[in-house]
Design a protein around this ligand. Sequence first.
Ligand SMILES: Nc1ncnc2c1ncn2[C@@H]1O[C@H](COP(=O)(O)OP(=O)(O)OP(=O)(O)O)[C@@H](O)[C@H]1O
Ligand SMILES: [Mg+2]
Length: 319
Amino acid sequence: MSDNSENNMSDISDIMGEKQGSQQIWAIGGGKGGVGKSLVTSNLAICLSLLGMKVVIIDMDLGGANIHTCLGVPIPDKTLSDYFGKSSTKLSDLITPTPLNNLFLISGAQDELGIANLRNIQKNKLISQLRDLDADYILLDLGAGTTHNTLDFFLSADQGILVTLPEPTSIENTYRFIKSVFYRKLSQLDDFLELSPIIDKALNSKISENHSPAEIVAKAREINPMIADKLEREIAEFSPKLIINQARTQADIDIGFSMKIISKKYFGINLDYVGYLEYDATVWQSVKRKKPLILEFPSSALVKNFENIIHRVLNLTKK
Ligand SMILES: Nc1ncnc2c1ncn2[C@@H]1O[C@H](COP(=O)(O)OP(=O)(O)OP(=O)(O)O)[C@@H](O)[C@H]1O
Ligand SMILES: [Mg+2]
């Protein structure tokens, strides 16, 4: 993470100006429940919409959908339940307005569907129709877990953003998510079919056994040097973003840097630490009031944290 403190919203507007016209999908995930994924999704979306971008949030937490509450809107009439239930329903039919002009919501399923139970055909339909939405930014709130469907939605995005708390269980889950999503990506590429046994072994290994992508590249080189080169390119291009949420101390903030180093060392993966969010009582106050944090407490420290993160991610996605 670079020093972003001098940046402000006008710098961000400059970047946005250059980015007009290129639609972006961001997926917000993380292995563990309750780490702040919905808080991050809703407030990043609000930041983008305040910058004049048309933003659609899709609540992919099927069964536990609650992002409408973070945005201060009642449960929308149409949800993803309708989309998955009726083949004639289009994704754009589900778009619900929010109190912000440029911000729209597609609400998650209100039944107990659960993302793990989504059939392949339903998942592929959704992924293939995402980019038809009339929006500059589409933000996916993925919910908890590392089921194949969640990993596939993460991989379908232009930017995958992971949220973690600065505590061991959450950090472990994040590493597990990174590893699972990376090997899921490889397992989907036909070119790497020959490597399936090695990839499966690596996926099921413990961190300490160190079956890193670098080791897989070495093994791949013995089988087929061209595939090894391609694999190296895939590894270099795979760069999930990381946010540390509920930071209380400098040590908490620094965990993001350590995770970046560990991710590189053990997995060979470039984890991009895009910023932290302080622990702040205004969060639960805004949750209680069912109002978006950024609008309810615009001068809170957290709003500055969100601006820094937006700036960092937009700078990175600048083409
Ligand atoms: N930075 C923060 N400061 C204070 N409280 C926070 C912060 N971030 C999150 N919380 C608290 O944690 C709760 C969980 O956040 P949130 O609902 O965004 O997590 P989640 O990852 O989306 O959870 P789930 O996996 O259940 O969907 C919030 O209701 C809020 O009270
Ligand atoms: Mg959530």
